[in-house]
Structures are given as structure tokens and as C-alpha cells.
Ligand binder design. Structure first.
Ligand SMILES: [Zn+2]
Length: 260
């Protein structure tokens, strides 16, 4: 089953956002803590209760300012706290997957960066277990070669720590300069995972920005997902989160009918 939903509420606020997702027939929604975790537990519980009632699966995107490989202790600590705060709210909402961009290589080698991030992820997993939060850390594949988060790095991290993974297919597309074989990527992945997609503008340094998701851009991925019988939640991160998610859902239905 391929479940589709918007990234954020498109400015409606999370309660109305969940309501709208359900009304237009979408399956999931990602709550965005882009610039900080500013939701209290009471609101988180209310959003979670509504989502449960309306059958909308929630996930959470932790703030953007995160670098678990930073050599400045303050930045590292702040990153950790931002992710754990996101986890606390995710647990209160009944959202399982917590998405974040793990960090930057800066002056370190890829190997050193990997080890630092692995250590940070394992440490956070211990805190999560102690608190009894029912959440999974899902670091995301990133869109710039200067950012930690290639598919290979995240698959290795998943294997070694038991964390989850967020596969942002448009980031992989930008990272690989548009050279992408979705079917091949899917064979490396488990059948169940969390995903992102949208149109994307990129240059030599990778991702520039997310743009509208078009049918022609989504179709190759949709076909590969259907053939693989992937069991995923896929969040549309375009500037029109609902409209484009609805398009994606419709296209999947149409192609499923054709392919099966
Ligand atoms: Zn993404």
C-alpha cells in the first residue's frame, strides 16, 4: 500500500491540516517543526486524537538546524535536544516516524562524520527507550553532496543502529544530477519505509529548492513503487502540499489499475 500525504498543513495549522487531509482523501501528514519545536503536549495530544479518529497517519519532521557531527559542543547539544523534543511531541501525537537531516561533513571525512552520527543516534535511541516513547528515528537522504545522508550511508546506519530511514527520492535525484534508477534503489530498501517526494531544482552542488510535483516527474517513481509492492508513506514536500499529494494519489490509483 502506498500512502500519500502533505508535508505540513499549508498554513492551516495542524488540527485543520489533519482535517483537510482526511476530507480530500489523503492518508498521512507530516507535522513540520521546521524552525523549532513550538507545540505543547496538550496540542500534540489533540492533533494525535483527531488524526487517529480520521485515519490519518502522522509523522514528524524535526527542525532544520541540526548537525550531529558538529565539533562545537553547543551545536551538537542543541541538535540532540531538537530531535528529542520532536520525539516527545511525536509520541504524544501517536506519530511513529521522526525525520531529520543528520548533519554536515564540513572538514571531516565521510567516515569520521558517519561515526559521530552513529554515536549520536545510538545515544538518542537510549534516551527514547528510557522515556518509553514509541518513535523511530528516521534520518533522511539529503540533496547536497556536502551533507551527510547518501542512501548508502543511511542504509549502513540503519543496519548498525536499527534506526529507520526517510528516503527523499527528489533529494537522491538532485544528488545524482538526475541520473536515477528507482527500481534499483528500491531493491536496496526494505518494503516498508518512510519517503518524501516533490519536484526539485538542482545544480552542480545538488538541491536548490523543492518545486511543484508534476505527473511526468512522479510517474517513473510511482511505477517502480507499484511494481515493488512497496508499503510506504510518501510525503509530498512541494509548495502545494495538498494539491500535489492528491495528484500523486490519483496517479498511483490509475497506474495500479493498469499494471495489476
Ligand atoms: Zn525531504
Amino acid at each position: 500500500m502506498i500512502k500519500v500525504g502533505p508535508a505540513g498543513s499549508g498554513g492551516l495549522g495542524n488540527l485543520k491540516g489533519v482535517q483537510k487531509a482526511a476530507e480530500v482523501g489523503l492518508d498521512c501528514m507530516e507535522v513540520e517543526f521546521t524552525y523549532g519545536v513550538r507545540m505543547n503536549i496538550k496540542t500534540a495530544k489533540a492533533v494525535g486524537a483527531l488524526a487517529k479518529k480520521r485515519g490519518v497517519i502522522l509523522s514528524v519532521h524535526a527542525p532544520y538546524y541540526i548537525n550531529l557531527a558538529s565539533d562545537e559542543k553547543e551545536k551538537y547539544d542543541a541538535s540532540r535536544i531538537r530531535i528529542l523534543d520532536s520525539c516527545e511531541k511525536a509520541h504524544a501525537m501517536g506519530a511513529r516516524n521522526v525525520v531529520f537531516h543528520a548533519g554536515f561533513y564540513q572538514k571531516r571525512t565521510a567516515g569520521q562524520t558517519y561515526n559521530l552520527i552513529k554515536k549520536a543516534v545510538s545515544g538518542m535511541q537510549k534516551s527514547i527507550a528510557r522515556k518509553g516513547w514509541q518513535v523511530t528515528l528516521c534520518p533522511e537522504t539529503t540533496g547536497k553532496p556536502s551533507q551527510f545522508g547518501s542512501l548508502e550511508e543511511l542504509l549502513r546506519l540503519r543496519q548498525q543502529t536499527g534506526c529507520g530511514i526517510t528516503v527523499d527520492f527528489s533529494h537522491l535525484y538532485a544528488r545524482q544530477q538526475g541520473e536515477i534508477d528507482y527500481a534499483k534503489i528500491l531493491t536496496k530498501l526494505p518494503k516498508t519505509f518512510h519517503a518524501h517526494f516533490s519536484g526539485i531544482e538542482y545544480g552542480a552542488k545538488g538541491e536548490r529548492k523543492h518545486i511543484r510535483t508534476t505527473k511526468t516527474f512522479f510517474e517513473p517513481l510511482a511505477r517502480a513503487l507499484i511494481k515493488r509492492q512497496a508499503n510506504i508513506t510518501i510525503i509530498n514536500e512541494s509548495p502545494k502540499p495538498y494539491e500535489d499529494a492528491i495528484m500523486m494519489k490519483k496517479l498511483i490509483k490509475k497506474l495500479e489499475f493498469e499494471i495489476r
